[in-house]
Design a protein around this ligand. Structure first.
Ligand SMILES: Cc1cc2nc3c(=O)[nH]c(=O)nc-3n(C[C@H](O)[C@H](O)[C@H](O)COP(=O)(O)OP(=O)(O)OC[C@H]3O[C@@H](n4cnc5c(N)ncnc54)[C@H](O)[C@@H]3O)c2cc1C
Length: 525
């Protein structure tokens, strides 16, 4: 490299459209589009070959897109500083461009190391915001307005031409941890990566798949089709949240102009696009929490809850939950489905965590990484915040304990989802499937359900014990002050805080069982 180049470091932003660092770097000179497979991230407890596979697919498309424009995607394996250092040593690296990343402690430390390296080499590193997340924010006042502004800036088109330096090896696309193809073969239901897939998925939602979204989103069976399914594309940046929002607004206006009918004339529930737009707002709202307080990866939002549950797991309970063998049919079906597909709808994710946190009394940090590995859409800011909310340790949210039998009767009344994923129960007719422990020994024999475990705990007893433990926490002035701190730093300003409600919440008094509202966030942060 003799001519000075601008390195564009692709991280969780594997796309050509609406890519600020790419556009800005291209305006400054020839670029070196770079992706780095970092061993420390690939080895981390929250990483799975599932993620590598999705990234690999996205990189194939990214490279093809860059080549079609006269460019190239350069892929390297190694720690970021080492890779950048070797690029610098072999040529003229003028500047480094990337999006800001709100990741886990590892990527945070890595970014600090890169910043120190860039300073030491006098390389200008420019990080641009990729979401509506604001760096250096002290509290949430005015956040929503700033988010709106950021989201409604014009989205950038994909570049027409890309000029890259000659004579540099592109490097293999494959992740170093993917020696075998078994992940692909074993999990055919996992979504495929790439910008084109992202748009296809998005468009199919508005073409009709999402017509019943608002009504069907909480059902584990119908939700898989009716939900947008764009989460992995947002998480790995095949689609920008700005483009998703703007395209959703445009598609909503189209639907409205046709009287809420699709292009083929099928009815589309008026509330569905609105529900989706609301959730796109939550995306950044949750990531902002981690950006503002990186400690929430390891610590409870409200410090009084730090020692609520034992730090060590009961290994038998944890294993049964992880393997989908708790004896509660819907819980087990959800876990088995998640392990096979890499996805689950919001309500069922919340129920899985509620079961682990209240029925099994497991600390959220014990299963944080396990769930991160199962979710193809693993997004640290959403993940850590949601785990804490569903475990009741934020200090400012209502505590929600889901009744797994009631959820089964409400969300999978005929038991079809359970039958699909829990083969031991496939022969149990009708709603009996939700309480297989009530079958007589003869019925168990006839339905071959004897292989299915008995309930690992009694839900009602476990729920009472959980409530008693929460009530036993000692609350005082400092606890209330802490709840206020959490609210000021992280809480939504959509509702005014009511000090009496805050006080009751801080005491864990506001307890709801099996909420009927689908998203529970209306009340929440
Ligand atoms: C314990 C737990 C962990 C979760 N971990 C993640 C995670 O790692 N990554 C992730 O993207 N979502 C996570 N969620 C939120 C939510 O379950 C998923 O975003 C959603 O199920 C993804 O499917 P979808 O794209 O079809 O969503 P849709 O319902 O179609 O929503 C569209 C988009 O809105 C955003 N969104 C939806 N619900 C939420 C929410 N509650 N909070 C924040 N953003 C939301 C997502 O970006 C989603 O892709 C978690 C929820 C729980 C309860």
């Amino acid at each position: 490299m003799t001519e000075p180049v601008q390195v564009v470091w692709f991280k969780r932003d594997l796309r050509l459209r609406d890519h600020g660092p790419l556009s800005r770097a291209l305006a400054a000179g020839p670029i070196l589009p770079l992706f780095i497979w970092e061993p420390s991230l690939l080895r981390a407890a929250d990483w799975d070959a599932l993620h590598s596979r999705f990234l690999g697919q996205s990189l194939v498309e990214l490279r093809a897109g860059l080549r079609a424009r006269g460019g190239e995607l350069f892929v390297r394996s190694g720690e970021a500083v080492e890779v950048l250092e070797s690029l610098q040593a072999s040529g003229n690296l003028a500047a480094l461009w990337s999006h800001e990343e709100t990741g886990n402690a590892l990527t945070f430390a890595r970014d600090r190391a890169v910043a120190a390296w860039a300073r030491s080499r006098q390389v200008q590193w420019t990080e641009l915001p990729q979401h509506g997340v604001i760096r250096g924010l002290r509290d949430r006042t005015g956040w929503a307005a700033r988010w709106e502004k950021q989201m409604h800036k014009p989205a950038l088109p994909a570049p027409e031409r890309v000029r890259v330096p000659q004579g540099i090896q592109p490097g293999p696309l494959r992740a170093p941890d993917l020696g075998r193809d078994d992940v692909v073969r074993d999990r055919p239901l996992v979504q495929t990566g790439g910008e084109a897939q992202a748009w296809e998925t998005f468009q199919s939602f508005f073409a009709g798949r999402g017509a019943n979204y608002t009504r069907a989103m909480s059902s584990p069976l119908e939700g898989a089709t009716a939900c947008s399914r764009i989460s992995p594309y947002l998480a790995w940046g095949c689609l920008s949240i700005r483009e998703a929002l703007q395209a959703s607004e445009a598609a909503t206006a189209d639907l409205a102009s046709r009287g809420y009918r699709t292009e083929s004339g099928e009815p589309f529930l008026r509330a569905s696009p609105r529900s989706l737009l609301g959730r796109l707002h939550w995306h950044c709202h949750f990531i902002q929490k981690l950006e503002s307080e990186p400690a929430i990866e390891h610590r409870c939002f409200h410090r009084a809850y730090e020692a609520l549950r034992p730090a060590e797991a009961d290994p038998a309970r944890l294993l049964a939950w992880c393997e989908g063998r708790t004896g509660y049919p819907l819980v087990d079906a959800c876990m088995r489905s998640l392990r096979a597909t890499g996805w689950l709808n919001f309500r069922m994710r919340a129920m899985l965590v509620s079961f682990a946190a209240y029925d099994l009394w497991l600390d959220w940090r014990i299963f944080r990484d396990y769930l991160a590995r199962q979710f193809l859409d693993y997004e640290p800011g959403i993940h850590f915040s949601q785990l804490q909310m569903q475990s009741g340790v934020t200090g400012i949210n209502a505590i929600r304990i889901y009744n797994p039998v009631k959820q089964g009767l409400d969300q999978d009344p005929a038991g079809d989802f359970i039958r699909r994923w829990v083969s031991e129960l496939a022969c149990i007719p009708g709603s009996l499937i939700h309480t297989p422990w009530r079958l007589s020994p003869l019925e168990q024999k006839e339905t071959t359900s004897a292989a299915y475990p008995s309930p690992i705990v009694d839900h009602v007893t476990a729920m009472r014990a959980a409530k008693a433990q929460i009530a036993a926490l000692r609350f005082g002035g400092t606890t209330l002050a802490e709840a206020r701190r959490v609210f000021v730093q992280h809480g939504s300003r959509r509702r005014r805080p009511d000090p009496r409600v805050e006080a009751r919440r801080a005491r864990g008094v506001e307890t709801k069982v099996s909420p009927t509202d689908p998203d529970q966030l209306r009340l929440a942060l």
